[in-house]
Design a protein around this ligand. Structure first.
Ligand SMILES: [Fe+2]
Ligand SMILES: [Fe+2]
Length: 184
């Protein structure tokens, strides 16, 4: 990992210790690197955006988390984690004196990472895909169906129906379908 990205990750870590976001970010980062091997994107935008995208959960009370994401979620709560996340990400990026134009794209990506259904750039496509691929990883899948209280096979079926709708890049669709084979 590039030095500045490492520093950003270190500064973000204290705030990732909620909602199993430490695990989420580690797994989504792994997918981001794999996607960047196949899809055109700027790692200086994609990697910090993935690291910082869910920081805002830190500002959402833990007892409300399950109302804010998952198959049935509250729009306003979900929006809150994006808005708060932008503020927290800006602080960290300013602290490491990050390139201003790259920072603006990173913050735009974070601002709509869940609520905006279209991607604003090739980088955004990769961030959105890496974020969602977590759900298809063995660890992410296990965490999610348990925390949503959904029966395993029912959740697996729902996920497999979401692949075409959720993913922007062909590579991510491929990774998701491969991951589903492992889960089945
Ligand atoms: Fe999120
Ligand atoms: Fe996320």
């Amino acid at each position: 990992m590039e030095e500045t990205h490492k520093l950003i990750y270190e500064l973000a870590k204290p705030f990732l210790n909620t909602r199993k976001n430490d695990i989420h970010i580690e797994i989504s980062l792994g997918y981001a690197y794999k996607l960047l091997e196949k899809e055109a994107g700027d790692d200086n935008i994609v990697i910090p955006a993935v690291i910082l995208h869910d920081l805002g959960w830190w500002k959402v009370p833990v007892n409300l988390h399950l109302k804010a994401f998952g198959p049935q979620f509250d729009w306003e709560l979900r929006r809150k984690h994006e808005v708060e996340g932008v503020k927290m990400a800006r602080e960290i990026l300013e602290k490491v004196d990050y390139d201003a134009s790259k920072m603006e794209e990173i913050l735009l990506i974070i601002d709509g990472h869940d609520s905006r259904l279209e991607a604003i750039s090739p980088n955004d496509r990769i961030v959105k895909d890496a974020d969602k691929l977590f759900r298809f990883s063995p660890r992410g899948f296990e965490i999610d169906y348990q925390r949503f209280g959904i029966e395993r096979n029912k959740y697996l079926k729902w996920l497999s129906e979401c692949v075409d709708e959720w993913f922007f890049t062909l590579t991510a669709k491929l990774f998701a379908r491969e991951a589903l084979q492992v889960l089945r």
